[in-house]
Design a protein around this ligand. Structure first.
Ligand code: FES
Length: 105
């Protein structure tokens, strides 16, 4: 099963195994991983699922919609910033490590 590891600003770490097709955002909500809100339900319209990818997972390019939303994140956008709702286990990665943004709203 694909694995997602979330690194939190306070040093805590959560690792979850998820079914293929699960997004980084949905996996966080389903496993009570704090720090990801997912206000729009995964429509790339809220930027409250902002994460920064740590490992060099072979991810798809940022889409135009994702790019626009990443300019609206509460925490400053970084080069490795992505929307967790747009990163799909099994399709985009088998294992991914992400830093959770300190603030989402
Ligand atoms: S959940 Fe809203 S942009 Fe990802």
């Amino acid at each position: 099963m694909p694995k997602i590891t979330y690194f939190h600003p306070d040093g805590a770490i959560d690792t979850v195994e998820v079914a293929e097709g699960t997004s980084v955002m949905r996996a966080a909500l389903a496993n009570s991983v704090s720090g990801i809100v997912g206000e729009c339900g995964g429509q790339a319209m809220c930027a409250t699922c902002h994460v920064k990818v740590r490992n060099d997972a072979d991810l798809p390019e940022v889409s135009e919609d994702e790019d626009e939303m990443l300019d609206c994140t509460v925490d400053e956008r970084q080069e490795n910033s992505r929307l967790g709702c747009q990163l799909i286990a099994g399709r985009d990665f088998d294992a991914i490590e992400v830093d959770v943004a300190e603030h989402q709203v």
